[in-house]
Design a protein around this ligand. Structure first.
Ligand code: BGC
Ligand code: BGC
Length: 837
């Protein structure tokens, strides 16, 4: 942003001193509610409805009130807990599913919804009984459920410039949610990303606030119905949530959960803009951001929550926090945060911390730390949500309209809407004439992203990170490859899949599909705008094909514009498909001409943000916001662009510590005695350490010499990955991530190994015994996952980790290691059963 005009100080300044700000210098995050727009929140409850809310509130005990403002995760709560604690809500986090199975079939979701509802309505434990509400991240379709329609992620929808389509997507998503019994989605994300290095940039429609704002009303009406609809569940609808309030997309360097160090004007005009249509359309709930504004965490920002959102902008719905975000507020922990109640939070997403949070909040209400009228206001807002949904009158989930109609998940007319969205979202950046592909040709389909539905769907698909999912987990879905194959055949031609681009019969043209792999939240943060080095091999394939005189079409799967000038120069046509989701056929629709040789559908997608000319954020743009070619305008000549990234960083992923047998940049592999003495930094192999007691050599895995083998004598040794500068993995720990080691046991190992981390170069007393290691199948590669929470529980300071991997062995042993990284549950083959709290 350009420099901001100075703002006049006014009398109504509400100053918050940023206790969260590091260092001694207090930063002032002042807010001026009178500068924010006054908005009318539509009337969503009848007088009778409001009277009912007040009547229920009047009958509630303090315990019941505290229960209502808490949301637990289904992985950490049972129907029995709901009955006993009268909890107001549950959610399923990205990795949670009924019965501990994230991939549970649709029926199980509805069964659990019934069980939770019935527990909440059990009057034997006291009245009034208040039905529970279940929130889910249906952020691109009902994306946690196998078989559901998966829509393009928001960045792709931003390219469509079609608010009417957005409304239909909202409608379809709501219908599919209703099938499995949930009533509320944590969508739409209305972030306005200003830095695409942010791992959540793809969840935002655009970097342009007016484009985001133009969609918000449509999505909310699609999901909830128009504000006049009452109750919401009487129609094919669910409650929506706009998130993450405020300026989640405005943090410094695009750091997820970071700090937006921006003026109030920028805060209001850029990040505040989408909240105007959200409130005008009566969005039922708003989720606060993990991030801070000028050092003050949004989860407890009284000025922005109470004074601006509820006071000035008249938001009459319910404000919920994000996943344990209250624990990041200065003076708070996951178990307690009276300051956030006071700031205006109405419901706490306390996934695994709900019980401790309940106890502390109850005590704080009893001793007056939390004012009763604030608690009553929060509870009234929770009750209004339930009244507006119609929960009091609707009966249990399975009795409601659409429930259990499993055929509606991924129904043909739903998929048709998604396929239309895929077509409209694709942006044509280069076409010297190879497109559209003429009927009857022989098409080669290459690239590592060609036949991978999880990859084309991105994060927040079935699991949180969306990684490690095979195509058979997507019944009814179409990969880009199979869509292309069908289209080639339909036009009288043929297609062949060959990921590395080798072929037997010379093709007429090649489509090379490449790009990012799935990620969610901070896992997707990057430091420069490049494709990770290990994802670049399809660009070499493009070059090889071109050298053989074969026309090449590059299709990029990506959550964001990246510096890929080499692919742009090499290919004859370049299309970005973003993260299209389950309907890969939509991509083929755009690439092939109809039988008459004329295009079947013209491109309409326009860039939702600029496309960079280098890998440097803030550097020059290659294509401006709004760029996109159309077939109707004919081919366009291409002037080669410089292949200079402008950055020194190679774009490696910061959470990979060891790969293909070598430490990632800035990490060292060290072998030492248990106490750290006699340390050897392993640079070449084979080599001996500890006076010949340990032999380190290369072994093959994945690629030649893609791993290191360690043969240790009976006195034992320690193997460690260390760096000079400690890393902060507290967000990863909070997000239930694991330390993943791809290992092979090469001898019998009878004693438990211990794994530990070092903090700032020192041991920090966090040894975790791993009995599983000795039980791994001998001479077979396995990915062993150890929850990061085990190290935290054992005493590691996750904010200052200098060795994320240290294995101590006290007996003769042989083992091999090929990769060490952070990742998700779904990436682990064996999970260590260690204490996490
Ligand atoms: C994310 C939210 C999400 C919530 C529940 C958080 O970590 O930031 O966007 O709605 O988890 O899964
Ligand atoms: C995500 C949740 C996810 C969890 C991992 C959070 O940060 O938002 O949805 O399930 O981490 O357990």
């Amino acid at each position: 942003m350009a420099t901001q005009p100075a703002l006049a100080q006014t009398a109504q300044t509400d100053t918050v001193v940023a206790a969260d700000a590091p260092g001694d210098m207090p930063v002032e995050a002042s807010v001026h509610p009178e500068q924010w727009p006054e908005i009318a929140f539509p009337r969503v409850l009848t007088e009778a409805g409001e009277a009912r809310v007040q009547a229920i509130l009047a009958r509630m005990t303090v315990e019941q009130k505290v229960g209502q403002i808490i949301q637990a995760d289904i992985a950490s709560v049972t129907p029995e807990d709901v009955r006993r604690y009268r909890l107001g809500s549950v959610l399923n986090g990205g990795n949670s599913g009924p019965g501990g199975d994230d991939l549970a079939p649709a029926e199980k979701w509805l069964e659990l919804a019934d069980a939770l509802y019935e527990a909440s309505m059990d009057v034997a434990v006291g009245e009034p009984a208040i039905p529970i509400v279940w929130g889910t991240d249906a952020v691109h379709g009902h994306s946690n459920i196998i078989g559901a329609t998966i829509f393009p992620h928001n960045v792709g929808l931003g390219a469509t410039r079609d608010p009417e389509l957005i409304e239909r997507i909202g409608q379809v998503t709501a219908v599919e949610i209703r099938v499995t019994g949930q009533e509320w989605t944590f969508a739409p994300t209305v972030a306005v990303p200003q830095d695409y290095r942010w791992g959540r940039a793809y969840e935002g429609y655009s970097s342009d606030p007016s484009l985001v704002a133009a969609y918000v009303g449509s999505m909310i009406r699609g999901l909830q119905g128009p504000p006049s609809i009452s109750p919401i569940l009487a129609g094919p609808h669910v409650a929506a949530s706009t998130k993450h309030y405020l300026a989640d997309g405005g943090t410094t360097d695009g750091r997820d959960q970071g700090d937006a160090a921006i003026s109030e004007l920028e805060l209001r005009l850029i990040h505040g803009a989408p909240y105007i249509p959200a409130i005008e359309n009566g969005v039922a709930t708003i989720m606060t951001s993990f991030s801070s504004w000028n050092g003050v965490k949004l989860s407890a920002h009284r000025g922005l929550i109470t004074d601006v959102l509820k006071g000035r902008m008249n938001f009459d719905g319910m404000v919920i926090t994000d996943w344990n975000a209250h624990g990041q507020v200065a003076g708070c922990s996951n178990a307690s945060c009276p300051r956030a109640v006071d700031a205006g939070i109405d419901m706490f997403m306390a996934p695994d911390s709900w019980r401790m949070f309940y106890d502390s909040t109850l005590a704080q209400v009893r001793d007056g730390t939390i004012a009763m009228d604030r608690l009553d206001d929060a509870v009234a807002r929770v009750l209004r949500l339930k009244e507006r949904l119609g929960l009091f009158a609707m009966g249990k989930p399975s009795q409601r309209a659409l429930s259990g109609e499993y055929d509606l998940l991924g129904a043909p007319d739903h998929r048709a809407v998604a396929r239309e969205a895929v077509r409209k979202s694709m942006v044509l950046l280069k076409n010297t004439g190879v497109l559209p592909l003429q009927p009857g040709g022989r098409i080669l389909v290459a690239g590592d992203a060609a036949n991978d539905i999880a990859r084309q769907s991105g994060g927040w698909t079935l699991s949180w990170q969306g990684t490690g999912l095979e195509n058979d987990l997507f019944p009814g879905a179409t990969s880009l490859w199979s869509g292309i194959e069908q289209a080639a055949r339909a036009t009288g031609g043929s297609a062949q899949l060959s990921e590395d681009g080798t072929f037997m019969q010379r093709p007429d043209a090649a489509i090379v599909i490449f790009g990012e792999t799935p990620y969610a939240e901070f896992q997707g943060d990057i430091t420069t705008l490049q494709l990770r080095p290990e994802l670049r091999s399809p660009i070499a394939t493009m070059r090889r094909l071109k050298e053989q005189g074969i026309p090449v079409i590059a299709v990029m799967i990506t959550g964001r514009p990246l510096y890929v000038n080499e692919a742009l120069n090499t290919a004859d046509a370049f299309v970005t498909a973003w993260l299209p989701g389950s309907e890969g056929g939509g991509v083929a629709d755009m690439l092939f001409a109809g039988r008459n040789g004329v295009f079947a559908h013209d491109f309409q997608g326009l860039l939702p943000t600029g496309w960079p000319a280098t890998a440097k954020h803030g550097g020059p743009m290659l294509f401006p916001f709004g760029y996109g070619l159309r077939y109707a305008d004919g081919p366009r000549a291409w002037t080669p662009v410089p292949q200079e990234s402008g950055v020194s960083d190679d774009g490696s992923n910061g959470s990979v510590f060891f790969e293909l047998g070598s430490p990632a940049s800035s990490w060292s592999l060290i072998v030492s005695e248990d106490d750290g003495s006699n340390a050897l930094r392993v640079t070449t192999v084979p080599v001996d350490a500890l006076h010949g007691r340990v032999r380190i050599s290369a072994t093959d895995h994945g690629v030649q010499e893609g791993a290191r083998s360690f043969t240790i004598d009976s006195q034992g040794a320690a193997i460690e990955l260390a760096a000079m500068d400690p890393i902060d993995i507290s967000r990863e720990t909070n997000g239930d991530m694991l330390l993943l080691s791809t290992v092979r046991r090469d001898s019998s190992i009878t004693d438990a190994l211990s794994m530990s981390m070092r903090c700032d170069g020192n041991p920090c007393d966090n040894s975790v015994p791993i009995a599983e290691f000795g039980r791994l199948a001998e001479r077979e590669w396995t990915t062993l996952g150890i929850p990061l929470k085990c190290f935290r529980a054992a005493g590691a300071d996750m904010g200052r980790i200098s060795s994320p991997f240290r294995i101590t062995i006290n007996q003769a042993a042989a083992l091999s290691i090929s990769r060490v990284a952070l990742g998700s549950l779904s990436d682990a083959g064996v999970i260590a059963n260690c204490k996490t709290d």
